[in-house]
Write a protein that binds this ligand. Structure first.
Ligand SMILES: Nc1ncnc2c1ncn2[C@@H]1O[C@H](COP(=O)(O)OP(=O)(O)OP(=O)(O)O)[C@@H](O)[C@H]1O
Ligand SMILES: [Mg+2]
Length: 192
C-alpha cells in the first residue's frame, strides 16, 4: 500500500529513493551549476574534486553528469570501492575498464595507463569517477598524479573526478569552485 504522504502531496511515486532515474533527478540551480562545472571540466580534460556532507546528493550529481556527457567523445568509469591499497585499486580499475588484471603493481599500472593512451588515439577521453574518495588509502591518493602523467606530463589524456566528504577536504576554501589544469593542482567544487 502507498504511504499516505504520496496521496497527500499528489506524488506518483516515492520522491526520495536511490532508484530515481538519471533523467528524473531533481536538479535545482545550485546543483545544475555543479553539473555544468564538472561537464565543462571534463570537456577541457581537467580533473575535479567534489566534496559535500554525507547524503547531500554527491553521487546523484555524478549520475546527472553521466546523463549529460556525450558517449561519442568520453568514456566514464565509475569506481566506488575505495577501501583498497594501491595495487588492488589498480586491479579494480582494470576490471572496471574491461582489462585482464595482471599480477604485479607495475603491470597493473601499465595496463591502465596504456589503455588511457589507446583511448586517446581513438579520440576518446577517459574519465575515472572515484566516489567515496575520502577513504582512499594515502598511497593510492599519492599515486594519482602519476596516473595523470602522459608523455613527460605534457598531455591531459585523463580526467579524474574525486568525490568525497567535506571533512576530508584540506588545502582549499569551502564553497570554492575550481578545477585543475595539471596533474598536481587541486581541483574542487562543493555541494551544499
Ligand atoms: N538530485 C537529486 N534528485 C533526486 N533525489 C536525490 C537527488 N540527490 C539526492 N537525492 C536523494 O538523496 C539520496 C542520497 O543522495 P546521494 O547518494 O547522491 O548522496 P551522497 O552525497 O552521495 O551520499 P553519501 O555521502 O552517503 O555518499 C539519493 O538516494 C536520493 O534518494
Ligand atoms: Mg555517495
Amino acid at each position: 500500500m502507498n504511504p499516505k504522504y504520496l496521496d497527500h502531496f499528489g506524488f506518483r511515486a516515492k520522491p526520495f529513493t536511490k532508484e530515481v532515474a538519471d533523467h528524473e533527478l531533481w536538479i535545482p540551480p545550485t546543483k545544475q551549476s555543479l553539473v555544468d562545472a564538472i561537464c565543462e571540466a571534463v570537456a577541457e580534460h581537467d580533473s575535479v574534486l567534489l566534496t559535500g556532507e554525507p547524503g547531500v546528493g554527491k553521487t546523484c550529481v555524478l549520475r546527472a553528469v553521466r546523463a549529460r556527457v556525450p558517449d561519442e567523445g568520453c568514456r566514464l568509469t565509475y569506481c566506488h570501492n575505495a577501501t583498497l591499497g594501491r595495487r588492488d585499486f589498480y586491479r579494480q580499475l582494470c576490471h572496471a575498464l574491461g582489462l585482464s588484471p595482471s599480477a604485479t603493481a607495475a603491470a597493473l599500472f601499465y595496463a591502465v595507463s596504456t589503455h588511457v593512451e589507446e583511448l586517446a588515439k581513438e579520440r576518446l577521453h577517459p574519465v575515472f569517477l572515484l566516489d567515496e574518495a575520502h577513504i582512499l588509502h594515502q598511497d593510492t591518493l599519492d599515486h594519482l598524479h602519476i596516473l595523470l602523467n602522459y608523455e613527460w606530463d605534457s598531455r591531459a589524456l585523463l580526467s579524474l573526478v574525486l568525490v568525497g566528504l567535506r571533512s576530508w577536504r584540506t588545502g582549499s576554501r569551502s564553497g570554492e569552485t575550481a578545477r585543475s589544469t595539471s596533474a598536481s593542482t587541486a581541483a574542487s567544487a562543493s555541494t551544499r
